[in-house]
Design a protein around this ligand. Structure first.
Ligand SMILES: NC(=O)c1ccc[n+]([C@@H]2O[C@H](COP(=O)([O-])OP(=O)(O)OC[C@H]3O[C@@H](n4cnc5c(N)ncnc54)[C@H](OP(=O)(O)O)[C@@H]3O)[C@@H](O)[C@H]2O)c1
Length: 287
């Protein structure tokens, strides 16, 4: 018995047709996991990304209808981030295109404590789609599969952070919730707020990764200006730098320093702890 059926959910998708599920961002941290889980269940998957077939590009609305054509449902991960200006309008427009093409079931991954992300959620809720919103705290996998990975590997993170704790959430939990939502109509109209089970400062998180890897990984607190200079020096584009500044300055100001119960509510089991993430990422050779 898998974890979802253990949680008491039926799984109409395994008994379903050839219609694919469109997984937008299907090569990214969460989408890759969503796609893998769907395929394990025998559900056909179409990857929605610039490298997909057909290609899907958020900046080019002409690519949306061909990508969603004939899909039974869609997992919607907006790039680069739902926090950027224009994201709510894109989500509203995408929902319209999907509904016009007959795809009603839309599962949106969203961010906690971000004004634009919450506006995008409202657009989806008002769209007429059969929606589920998976609103997440910071992903643990930012340390192992994204922009923090190289610095962790080098043994030092220079970040403009204080001692504000964050309940880092595991992308495997996010994917489990998204697949449950894509698989069971009882999740329609639900907003799940997903966090890990424990609040950790960045120093705590690096301590866990250090213990898992047997290495010393230091946190150096730097000013916002020094952080920005460092990113620019590594060739990061200006819009990504401004997104990270926003996230470190505003979203990590303590507003999200609380645990939410979305994993438990959606799956009937507790969220995975950061220590388990660190141990399995270390064992898989992330750093
Ligand atoms: N990271 C966090 O801590 C966090 C927390 C809460 C919410 N979120 C939300 O999570 C979402 C990102 O999900 P993720 O972290 O799983 O993705 P990700 O790892 O950032 O991967 C991005 C995915 O989107 C595709 N992509 C990139 N640019 C694209 C474009 N212009 N048009 C179409 N596809 C594009 C990429 O594939 P190609 O390169 O092939 O196009 C890839 O599949 C964002 O909406 C963000 O707001 C993130």
């Amino acid at each position: 018995m898998d974890r979802l059926s253990h949680a008491g959910f039926n799984d109409p998708m395994t008994a379903q047709t050839d219609s694919p599920v469109l997984v937008i961002g299907g090569t990214g941290k969460t989408g890759r996991r969503v796609a893998a889980r769907l395929r394990e269940r025998g559900v056909p998957v179409r990857i929605g990304s610039r490298s997909g077939t057909p290609p899907f590009e958020w900046k080019d609305r002409a690519t949306w209808a061909p990508a969603v054509h004939g899909a039974s449902a869609a997992y919607v991960a907006y790039s680069p981030d739902l926090a950027v200006p224009g994201a709510p309008e894109a989500i509203a427009d995408f929902a319209r295109v999907a509904l016009d093409g007959g795809t009603r079931r839309l599962v949106l991954i969203s961010g906690r404590g971000e004004a634009e992300a919450q506006r995008a959620e409202q657009e989806l809720q008002a769209s007429g789609a059969d929606w589920t919103i998976v609103r997440c705290s910071w992903f643990s996998q930012n340390f192992s599969e994204d922009f923090l990975r190289d610095a962790v590997q080098a043994g030092e993170l220079a970040l403009p952070v204080g001692d504000v704790p964050e309940p880092f959430v595991d992308a495997d939990d996010i994917a489990d919730v998204a697949v449950a939502a894509l698989s069971d109509d009882r999740h329609i109209g639900r907003l799940y707020e997903l966090t890990g089970p424990r609040l950790l400062t960045f120093e705590d998180a690096l301590g866990e990764i250090g213990a898992a890897t047997g290495r010393d990984i230091r946190l150096t607190r730097v000013s916002e200006a020094a952080f920005t200079r460092e990113l620019a020096g590594h060739g990061m584009p200006a819009d990504m730098i401004s997104l990270l500044r926003y996230i470190f300055k505003e979203v990590l100001d303590g507003r999200n320093a609380s645990i939410a119960d979305g994993v438990q509510r959606a799956l009937g089991r507790p969220a995975r702890d950061f220590r388990d993430f660190a141990l399995s990422a270390a064992a898989a050779g992330a750093w």
